[in-house]
Ligand binder design. Structure first.
Ligand code: NDP
Length: 280
């Protein structure tokens, strides 16, 4: 026990010990993080680096990826590389996984985090945008999972899926984004069942996030809703802890669990509350 732990309940002390052991297991672990040039993905990369992992990060903007890699090496990553890729291109998801597996000689964590940009507005009947966003936010996740599975089965690895409360509950102004996140949750929750039934050694860890203070999210909601946004760095650490301890689901901040739990209890009042919380 550490100093100060003495006064904590045994269960909390036990939980912290497990978390610490899990974090130590990340030393040298081979991790691929997508959407790591900014936001939560960037913070995930920095935390993995501090914990001594080997990292491949990806996104489209090469110059920013180079800076993130440099910082990861400063923070203590055993190794760090980047590969720029555009997930709207159907060949890129497999190309990224192949690069990561070759560079690190295997893979322990596939962290699916990237999203394409989508306007925060009432749906404007742009079906083509929904199709493209489905490729970036959903189909590329499926392609990367398919490409990485043989390697993850060898290492007993984990697929970390960064998802959203908006993949569980519909709110206005985000129809294309919400559609992709519902698809992500549906697909990976089904895989969780199937992996469990066939006793696969690969775990799938799905993370349901509320509003996080990334630049892109803050820019989008400005003027529409006044809600508390939670820190991206903390969200990233929460994801890493839950992923390393192979939890099927995690919710951040904590009350998102109750939002999902009570989602369908009083739908009339729920929908009035949701609609009244937006400026329109
Ligand atoms: P950001 O917009 O900050 O980052 C998105 C990342 O994806 C960037 O690194 C971007 O880099 C990359 N990206 C964008 N388009 C493409 C593309 N076509 N191909 C490859 N990479 C691309 O997102 P957040 O950090 O806010 O969100 C991260 C995750 O967290 C997402 O899965 C999101 O759904 C989830 N989440 C976020 C919430 C929030 O409030 N922020 C709330 C709930 C969930 P580049 O432009 O260089 O390609």
């Amino acid at each position: 026990d550490k100093e100060g732990d003495y006064h904590k309940p045994a269960l909390l002390r036990h939980r912290r010990c497990i978390q610490e052991a899990a974090e130590q297991s990340l030393r040298g672990a081979r991790v691929l993080v997508t959407g790591a040039s900014t936001g939560i993905g960037e913070q995930l990369a920095y935390h993995y680096a501090r914990l001594g992992a080997q990292l491949i990060i990806t996104a489209r903007r090469e110059s920013i990826l180079q800076k993130v890699v440099d910082k990861c090496l400063e923070l203590g990553a055993q190794q760090a590389w980047y590969i720029s890729a555009d997930m709207s291109q159907s060949a890129d998801p497999e190309r990224v996984v192949k690069y990561a597996v070759e560079k690190m000689e295997g893979l322990d964590y596939l962290v699916l985090n990237h999203i394409g940009s989508s306007p925060f507005q009432m749906w404007n009947q742009d079906a083509e945008h929904v199709r493209t966003l489905m490729q970036v936010n959903f189909l590329s996740y499926v392609q990367m999972t398919s490409a990485a599975l043989p390697t993850l089965e060898k290492s007993g690895g984990t697929i970390i899926v960064v998802s959203s409360m908006l993949g569980k509950l519909a709110t206005p102004f985000v129809a294309p984004y919400t559609a992709t996140k519902f698809a992500v949750n549906g697909f990976f929750e089904t895989l969780q069942h199937e992996f469990s039934m066939r006793k696969s050694n690969v775990s799938i860890s799905i993370h349901i996030l509320g509003l996080i203070d990334t630049d892109s999210a803050m820019e989008k909601i400005k003027g529409y809703i006044n809600a508390t946004a939670y820190p991206a760095s903390e969200a990233a650490m929460h994801i890493i802890r839950a992923g390393t301890t192979r939890q099927n689901f995690s919710f951040y901040p904590w009350y998102i669990y109750f939002v999902c739990l009570f989602r369908d209890w009083f739908i009339y009042f729920r929908d009035i509350c949701i609609q009244n919380s937006f400026t329109y």
